[in-house]
Design a binder for this molecule. Structure first.
Ligand code: ZN
Length: 401
């Protein structure tokens, strides 16, 4: 009784499943592209991708630091440029003052020459005066009185007295004039010297300022050099990371199978021009046998598909091109070799005729058979399977969406 009930329940479930799958089968799945993306060793790939992300984050952090250092260096450089401008301005001012000092020195030399000339003139006047006085006394006229007494008459006496007076007066006047000129020259020389020491003081202040600015500039230059060094260091680090990233990228590429000898070219869709599925991969009730089991591939169908070429999905070696009565009808199988240690085999069932023979080497896209409905089939279609290490997988998961 129990067994019978279970048996009935199973039958009911099968019917339900059959109905559901029949509905599903009517929903034609459109395939946008016709190229495979091969499976990869997820763990190892994940590891590489995690490392890649970590390095990228590190690189981005360093790049942020580099741009911060560059900004800092730029700001220091701007400060230094300002100080450089101040220094050249100060240097110009110092040069200007040096020019003034030179001109004042020349003035002082000229004034000294003038004073010396005037002093010589004064000496000359003094000498002439002395000589006149001496001649008056020495030539028997020993004193003023003798000069006066030596007069021939009163008129001569008057004349001689007047002469003596006028000579003295004239000499005194001349000497006073020259002495005054010398005093004036000395005064203007003093003024020039005062001016010179003022200019020299200004120049010295400027020189001090320049020295201070030079000190600040040297300090800034030191800071800039340090920053440049730090930037170079960080850039070197980025270069290293970029090298590591390139290596990882290469590893990821290899792991993704894009570089494998067999899978380096893109896979071809097995039935060119026909991209509709009448039955997907998965568990269903077989429409011919009525048995609920795995449909291990995809059924590619479409209007007027009978006799259309079936092509090799990738380069490989034909390992079957026969009808062995296992339900696949006239069936072709191709071994594509190893990819990351996994063996890939494709299967094309229900063909009407073969275009290849067992053991033949084929290229991707090469016609291997023609669409038919041999074996357990209800109509012309291509039953296409991908087997990884002998286990069927859903071929659709390898298509680019
Ligand atoms: Zn099928």
């Amino acid at each position: 009784m129990m067994f019978k009930n279970i048996s009935v329940l199973c039958k009911v479930l099968r019917r339900v499943c059959a109905c559901l799958l029949a509905v599903c089968a009517l929903c034609v799945i459109s395939v946008p592209g016709a190229s495979f993306v091969l499976p990869v060793k997820a763990e190892t790939l994940e590891e590489y991708k995690a490392k890649q992300n970590q390095l990228k984050a590190e690189e981005s952090e360093i790049k942020t630091e580099i741009s911060r250092l560059k900004n800092q260096a730029k700001s220091e450089q701007e400060k230094k440029d300002k100080l450089d401008a101040q220094v050249s301005n100060t240097k110009r001012q110092i040069e200007n003052l040096n020019g003034q000092i030179n001109a004042l020195n020349k003035d002082i030399i000229a004034k000294n020459a003038e004073v010396a000339a005037k002093e010589k003139e004064l000496e000359g006047i003094k000498e002439l005066f002395k000589q006149r006085i001496r001649s008056m006394y020495v030539s028997g006229q020993n004193n003023e009185l003798e000069v006066i007494l030596g007069a021939n008459d009163f008129a001569d006496f008057l004349a001689k007295t007047e002469l003596l007076r006028s000579v003295t007066e004239n000499d005194n006047k001349l000497m006073a004039q020259v002495t005054e000129a010398i005093a004036f020259l000395n005064e203007s020389k003093s003024e020039i010297e005062a001016n010179k020491s003022e200019v020299s003081a200004s120049r010295n202040t400027l020189k001090e300022k320049q020295a201070e600015l030079d000190g600040q500039i040297a300090e800034l230059q030191g800071a800039i050099s340090k920053l440049d060094g730090a930037i170079a260091q960080e850039n070197k680090h980025v270069k290293e990371i970029e090298g590591d990233l390139a290596d990882i990228s290469e590893q990821i590429k290899n792991l993704s199978g894009r570089n494998n000898a067999i899978f380096e070219r893109e896979f071809k869709w097995p039935v060119p021009g026909y991209y509709s599925l009448s039955s997907p991969y998965g568990y269903r009730v077989n429409p011919v046998s009525g048995v609920y089991k795995l449909h291990a591939g995809i059924d590619i169908s479409g209007g007027a598909i009978y006799g259309k070429p079936v092509v090799a999905a990738a380069d490989g070696i034909v390992i079957k091109a026969s009808d062995t009565g296992d339900g696949y009808g006239k069936c072709v199988m191709i071994d594509h070799g190893l990819n990351n240690g996994n063996r890939y085999v494709t299967l094309y069932g229900h063909n009407s005729a073969f275009n290849v023979s067992n053991g033949q080497t084929v290229k991707a896209g090469q016609t291997i058979a023609y669409i038919g409905s041999t074996g357990n089939s209800t109509g012309p279609h291509c039953h296409f399977e991908i087997r990884v290490n002998s286990s069927p997988v859903d071929p659709m998961q390898y298509f680019r969406k």
